[in-house]
Each structure stands twice: as C-alpha cells, then as structure tokens.
Design a protein around this ligand. Structure first.
Ligand code: PRX
Length: 677
C-alpha cells in the first residue's frame, strides 16, 4: 500500500506545523528544443530573469501578456490591490469567447480545428469523432447564446450546466461567455442533492443538461438527476431545462419547462456578436469543497482570469499555433482543470484541444494511448491517480501504441509519488518528454508552481518553482519564512491575475478561509491550505492539505461534507471522516460511525451507507472503509481527535501520538481492533 505521507517524508507534528525529511536526489534536465518548436522559455536563467521582472514590475509584465489578447477597450489600470481585494485590468472590456473563437476567425483561421471530440462508445467503424473549426464554433456559440437570451438569460445571470463531456458542453460554456452570463458547471458525477444545493446557492433559473452521459459503457441519467434536484428546491424556481440528446435512454418530460437542445438551436439565428465584458465582471462560479459541510462557489472574473490561463497554458505546455500540436487534458470540464486547460487557457493559443467523453479503461486499459496515437497528441495532461491506475494495469498497454507524437507531459490535482513520476517519464514519455507537475487550485484559476518544460530541471515529486508573478513562500503561523527543507504553510504574498475574487454570497467565509491564517509584514496573505517545504534549490514540495479537505483521486472533498451525508442517514448518530493512504486514489476515505441503538452493525448497513453518501454527494465521496464504534475518541473539551483517527485509518497498530487528553482510552483500543469493510 502506498503511504503518501511517509513516502514524502512528512510527519504532521501538530495541526499547524509539518516536519519533512524526504530527499529526492534525481534531477532531470529539460530536453533541447528541436528547432521547429522552440521553447517559449529555454533556460533556467531566462526563467529567472522573467520571474524577477514579473515580481519587480507586475503591472508591466502582465500588461504585456494581456496585450497578446483582444480587448474591446484597454484597461485604465493594470492592478489595484488592497488585501484581500485585487482588481486587474479595471476599466478594460474584453470577451473570453471572442478570444477563444471569434478572434481566430477574424484573423483568417476560421477553418482551423478548435475542438476535437471523441465519444466513448466504439462502434463497428471505430469511435465517434467530431471536429469543430473556429468558424463552426462561432456559429454554434452564437446560436446557443441566442437560445439563452430567448430563455431570458441576461448578463450576470447564472446558468447551470450539468452535462457529460460532449461538444455541446464546451459550446454552452463559451455561449455564456459570449453574452456575459455566468456559468456554474456541475460535474456530471454529482448527485441530485449536490445539484439542488448549487442551483439554490446561485439562484440559477436555467439548467442545461443531457439526457444521459456515457461512462464505462453505461448511461448516467443526467436528466433524471436534474428532475430530482428540481423537486428538492423550494425557494428557487427553475424556469427552463435545455436537454441535449446524447444517449437513447428515455427521460421524463415536463412540457412547461423542458426543451430539446436541437430544436432550440433551430429556432434562433446565428447572429450574436460577443458582448464587451468588464474585466472585473464575474465569468463563472465553480463550487468546490472546503473544511465546512457546504461547498463554496468560487468567483472568477473575466480579464485577469483570461490573461492568467492563456499565459500559463502558453508557457507551461509550450503551445505554438500552426505546428500540428494537439493538446489533451483528460479532466472533466466540471472541474477547474477542465475550465482552464481544456477551454479558456488553451483556445486563445490557437492549438486544438481534445475532449474525450469517457473512462480511461473503456473498452480496454489502453484507451488513452489509443487516443494519443490516433490523434497524434503532443501535450498530455492528467492526474497522478490515473498514472497509478495505468501502472497497475501494466506496461504492456502503452507499449502497444505509438506515442512518439508526445512532447510535454503534465500532472495535476495531488502530489505525485516519485514511483508514478518515474513510470510516466519512462513508459509514456520514453525519457524524452519533460514532465510538468503543476500545483494549483480552483481558487487560483491557473498554475501556481510548475516547471517550464524547456527551462526547469525536474525532480520526481516536486512541482519545482513558481510561475511568473507568483510570490510563493513557506511560512510558519507567525508569517516567518521557513528555512530550507523546513515544512510550513504555503502562502502567496502578492496578487496574481487569475486569483479568485470571492466566495459567492459569503464575504466572511472568503476572508476567513484564505486571508486570516497568517500575516506577513502585517499584511494578510493568501493561504492555500497546503503544507509544503522548499529544498536547498528553492524547489517546492507539496506535502498535502492542512485543513479538513482531502484529495480523493485528485478530487477535492471536505471531510465534513461526507460526515453530514452520513449523519443524515437514520442509522448514524455521529460520524468522523478522515483521509487514509490508498494505493490508487492517493487518499481514500475512512469513516468512523456510531450507530443509533438497536441498529445492526453489519456489511449490509455499510453498503447502505455508501449508497446513501453517493446519493447525497456523488459516487466519488463513497467511503472506502466504514468502521462502527461505540464512541469516537474526543478530547475533554469534546473535539474529535482526528489525528488519532488518521493514524488508526492508516493502519498504524501502535498509536504514536500523544493521547493524554483522550477522554476514553478504551475507545482507541476498540477502534484499533474493529474490523473493516
Ligand atoms: O492540495 C492541493 C492539491 O489539490 C488542491 C486543489 O484542489 P482543486 O481546487 O480541486 O484543484 C485541483 C486542480 C487544480 C491543492 O490545494 N494539488 C493540486 N495540484 C497539485 C496538488 N498537490 C500537489 N501537487 C500538485 N501538482
């Protein structure tokens, strides 16, 4: 079993201090450029010079980057900042859809491919593949923007998108951007309850969905989930549901509310110019988990987010138009990775972006490599959990395919263990492709700490050095910078264009979550919620979350969200959820539950509880292990001892931590002896 924490030499010594001992001595130099596709940044010296400039003169640096994109009206001021509030490019107007699509058409590249899409099912003629040129995307997004308008959507209204990975999802996202509507994309794996919570929080009155989504050969009933969610809403009325047909499943129909995508598209015309949008206007909301039970709607704006994602994508993946590059990010558009690096960051660089509908092992464990070979993918971006699954499935699967088109490999979402890094480097990159281990968050909009493929020597397991403009540091709780290899809190001391501007409807939580943990030189700084250290070369090593957030298969979950789901079941009186090491997922979910009297603690109940959590949140939140216990270990003041539960969940037989404040020692003994599901 993989032990992430101990692998990485991490010991949590108290809730706010982290000790780290790991040393990874392997270093891999970036390859030389082959001449045709020069690296945007080709040496460590060049990186350091550009980085220095971006920190010393952020306004000059970012104005230059913004100048590579289209603006209807130039900004008055690049940056004004009074922590925690930053304004980037204020006074300027631009449009995300224009920069992703229309600009290329107007510059004469309308016939070039913007999106390549591959469906999951494989028929007798192979998989279904659709390509969409920029000209086609312009027409489709304009039409769908008109559909939204027809349904009363105005600038600033929130449109909920709960769809599978189909081209219509990209079209709907870009159509919202076209008219300045705010999209809130909900990952298709979330449950009706999760949809209802998000629709309610955003007061969204229109939902775009599909009849179903293909996943591992089965249909996920998206429309049914939306119907259920709407039944759960009492304060918010959903006026329109637009349904894109993808599968052959039957759906319930409410003629007063439901509309087929295709019919709607035929009922409007293609004339809908991109609206000039204020740089600081909200572009989208994306809900993510935090340390309390309720997911928070992260607010991103238009100008700064656009400049930041386009610039990071350009440098980190070395995107160059007209070089037969094909960029593939395997994430779902329901996560920030898909927002920023399937659509918004990639498309302005005029490199085709590939969208794949389904699972990595359908119909066989080589599906991804088959896609890389057939589409001649040049940049491939995935998560460590997927890499660990590929390792387990066996080296023979990538070996069957010609992967020689690959130039840059990326990872994101969680720390990558050195074994997985080496496997990726050897079996997929054939020791030729630099690996960019990109550290960032929903809140940061784009990459924060990452190698640049032609410049940064890499070390397996380290996300290396900060991107331009990112003043990252490791500090203790008093804001004092840690020395080399000393663990501490990861903070960002200066604003950057892609940073979140708030939590929807909750200013207090925004300040408390990100801006109240530490001050540096008397000023609040952005606290990422991760523990990290810097080695003697200044390289960052992320050691994991320091709050009650866990990263399960690279998906972020709040332990309290899972706890609330468990206690909402009548059999459960109290629940505590912690992360545990997991071979494939990185972190698995361990739940400790006390039961109502008279309830039988058996495997049937365990399965019932797992299903219950899936219906409250989504299948990604199902516990891997459920332990039933008479009581939870608590301090005298009644706080659940989570650190202790973490070591029990990790299978440590001997409890090494200080338990002197434990209320009832027998609880620990029982938990250690308790059987697992
Ligand atoms: O703990 C860090 C981890 O994922 C968290 C952010 O999760 P989310 O907002 O869902 O965004 C994921 C995709 C950007 C971070 O706080 N994380 C993300 N990337 C890395 C990582 N941990 C280590 N290394 C990474 N490259």
């Amino acid at each position: 079993m993989l032990r992430r924490y101990s692998d990485r030499g991490l010991t949590m010594t108290s809730d706010n201090s982290i000790e780290s001992t790991m040393h990874e001595s392997r270093t891999f130099d970036p390859p030389e450029s082959d001449g045709n596709e020069p690296w945007h940044c080709s040496s460590l010296e060049q990186y350091r010079a550009l980085y220095r400039r971006s920190i010393d003169d952020p306004a000059g640096f970012w104005a230059e980057a913004a100048g590579e994109l289209h603006w209807f009206k130039p900004w008055d001021k690049v940056l004004s900042y009074s922590p925690p509030d930053a304004r980037w490019f204020a006074g300027g107007t631009t449009n995300l859809c224009y920069n992703c699509v229309d600009r290329h058409v107007e510059q004469g590249f309308g016939d070039q491919i913007g999106i390549i899409w591959e469906g999951e099912p494989i028929g007798s003629d192979g998989p279904e593949v659709r390509t969409l040129s920029y000209a086609e995307l312009q027409q489709h997004t304009a039409r769908f923007a008109n559909v939204l308008r027809k349904h009363g959507v105005k600038k600033g209204d929130v449109v909920t998108l709960y769809m599978g990975m189909v081209p219509e999802l990209a079209i709907a996202v870009l159509a919202c951007a076209r008219i300045g509507a705010v999209h809130s994309v909900i990952f298709g794996g979330f449950s009706s309850r999760a949809i209802a919570d998000r629709v309610h929080d955003a007061s969204s009155r229109i939902i775009v969905t599909c009849d179903g989504a293909w996943r591992r050969g089965k249909v996920v009933p998206l429309k049914d989930n939306v119907d259920e969610a709407i039944k759960m809403l009492d304060e918010v009325r959903v006026d329109s549901v637009i349904v894109c047909k993808r599968c052959e499943n039957t759906v319930q129909w409410d003629a007063t509310r439901d509309h087929w995508w295709n019919e709607q598209m035929e009922s409007v015309d293609t004339d809908c110019p991109c609206e000039p949008i204020e740089a600081e206007d909200m572009s989208f909301l994306l809900y993510t988990s935090g340390s309390t039970g309720k997911p928070k709607g992260i607010i991103h704006t238009t100008g700064g987010y656009m400049v930041y994602t386009a610039t990071t994508a350009k440098y980190v993946f070395n995107l160059i138009p007209d070089q037969n590059q094909v960029f593939w990010c395997t994430a779902d558009i329901g996560w920030i990775t898909g927002h920023s690096y399937i659509l918004y960051g990639i498309m302005p660089n005029r490199v085709p972006t590939l969208m794949y509908e389904g699972a990595p092992n359908h119909p066989g464990p080589d599906r991804f490599w088959d896609i890389v070979e057939r589409h001649k993918v040049t940049q491939f971006y995935t998560a460590p959990t997927a890499i660990r699954a590929f390792m387990k499935w066996g080296d023979e699967h990538p070996k069957k395919h010609d992967l020689s088109s690959l130039r840059v490999l990326g990872t994101v979402g969680e720390p990558i263990n050195p074994e997985a890094w080496m496997w990726y480097h050897t079996n997929i990159g054939k020791e030729q492709c630099p690996i960019v281990d990109t550290y960032w968050q929903t809140e940061t909009g784009g990459h924060m700490i990452t190698p640049l493929p032609g410049a940064t020597p890499t070390k397996p397991g380290s996300c290396t050095l900060p991107f331009f403009g990112i003043d990252a540091a490791i500090v203790d709780i008093n804001g004092i910078e840690a020395g080399p290899n000393e663990g501490g809190l990861l903070v960002i001391r200066k604003p950057w264009p892609g940073m979140l501007r708030g939590i929807f409807g909750d200013r207090e939580r925004f300040i408390e979550t990100y801006w109240s943990t530490v001050k540096v030189d008397g000023e609040p700084v952005y606290t990422a919620g991760d523990g990290a250290r810097r080695d003697e070369d200044g390289y960052f090593w992320i050691m994991g979350r320091i709050d009650d957030v866990i990263n399960v298969s690279g998906h972020r979950l709040g332990t309290m969200e899972v706890e609330s789901a468990l206690v909402s079941h009548s059999a459960v009186v109290e629940a505590a959820v912690v992360g545990m090491p997991h071979e494939i997922k990185g972190t698995g979910i361990a739940a400790f539950c006390t039961l109502a009297s008279g309830v039988g603690a058996d495997n049937a109940l365990r399965s019932q509880l797992c299903e219950h959590v899936a219906s409250e949140i989504g299948a990604i939140a199902k516990p891997d292990v459920i332990r039933f216990t008479d009581a939870l270990p608590k301090t005298r003041s009644g706080k659940i001892m989570r650190r202790l539960l973490r070591s029990i969940a990790a299978g440590e037989t001997e409890v090494k931590q200080d338990t002197s404040t434990l209320e009832d020692f027998s609880v620990v003994a029982k938990l250690q002896g308790a059987d697992e599901s």
